[in-house]
Design a protein around this ligand. Structure first.
Ligand SMILES: [Mg+2]
Length: 205
C-alpha cells in the first residue's frame, strides 16, 4: 500500500502558500512561529497542534494566535481569513495525483494520512477527488492525534489491516518520515515530484 500525506505532497509546497498568506495579511514570516513558540511556553501546548488534533476549534485557534501575535506586532492582527487565503494560495500537484492513479491502476492500494483541520475539510477535499484516489482517509483532527505520534500510524495500519513493512509512506516533513521508518514503514521523503515518483516506482518494482 502507498500511504500519502496531503499538504505539500499532493499540493504545491505549503511553505510558499504560507509565505503568500503572510504577505497578504502583512505579518512577517518568522512572527507566526515566534507567536506559536511563545504560546507553547506559556500554556504548555502548541495551539496549532491542538487545532490539528481537533481539541480546539479554528475560531479558538484564531483567538489564541491573535493573543500570541499581538505583543509581537504591537497591534491585534486580523487573521480570520487565514484558512481561506491559505487555500487560495495552494494548488493541486498533478504529478503526484497521477502517481496515485498509476499505482492504483497497477492494483496497489492507497490511503491518505493527513495532519489537518476539521473546519478545512470541505476546502481540501474539493481540491481533488479524494475518495476516488484513496480507500481510507485518516485525518488527525478527527482521530485526536497527529503525525509524528506513532499512534496515528498504528491506527492507519489497523484500519487498512496491513503490517508496516507492506506500506510506503510519503511525506514532505522529515520528522514524519523518521517516525514512519522507526515503525517499519518504507518512508519516502518528498522533496520534489520526480524524485518521489522514481523512489515509489523503484520500491514497488
Ligand atoms: Mg505535508
Amino acid at each position: 500500500m502507498v500511504i500519502s500525506d496531503f499538504g505539500g505532497v499532493l499540493t504545491t509546497p505549503l511553505v510558499e502558500a504560507f509565505a503568500s498568506v503572510q504577505d497578504r495579511v502583512g505579518i512577517p514570516p518568522k512572527t507566526f512561529g515566534e507567536a506559536l513558540r511563545a504560546l507553547n511556553e506559556r500554556e504548555g501546548t502548541n495551539p496549532l497542534f491542538e487545532l490539528e488534533c481537533g481539541r480546539i476549534t479554528e475560531k479558538e485557534f484564531q483567538v489564541q494566535l491573535a493573543d500570541g501575535l499581538e505583543p509581537l506586532l504591537g497591534h491585534r492582527p486580523e487573521i480570520e481569513d487565514f484558512g481561506l487565503l491559505l487555500f487560495e494560495a495552494l494548488d493541486p500537484n498533478p504529478g503526484m495525483i497521477d502517481l496515485i492513479r498509476e499505482v492504483r491502476r497497477d492494483g496497489i492500494r492507497t490511503s491518505l494520512l493527513t495532519n489537518n483541520v476539521k473546519e478545512w475539510e470541505v476546502k481540501w477535499r474539493s481540491m481533488m477527488p479524494i475518495d476516488e484516489l484513496f480507500e481510507t482517509v485518516v485525518d488527525s483532527a478527527f482521530v485526536g492525534c497527529r503525525k509524528p505520534d506513532p499512534r496515528i500510524y498504528n491506527l492507519t495500519l489497523e484500519r487498512v489491516g496491513l503490517d508496516p513493512e507492506e506500506c510506503i509512506f510519503i511525506d514532505d516533513m522529515k520528522i514524519n518520515i523518521d517516525a514512519a521508518n522507526e515503525l517499519g514503514l518504507h518512508g519516502v521523503h518528498f522533496r520534489e515530484t520526480a524524485q518521489v515518483r522514481a523512489e515509489v516506482h523503484d520500491l514497488l518494482a
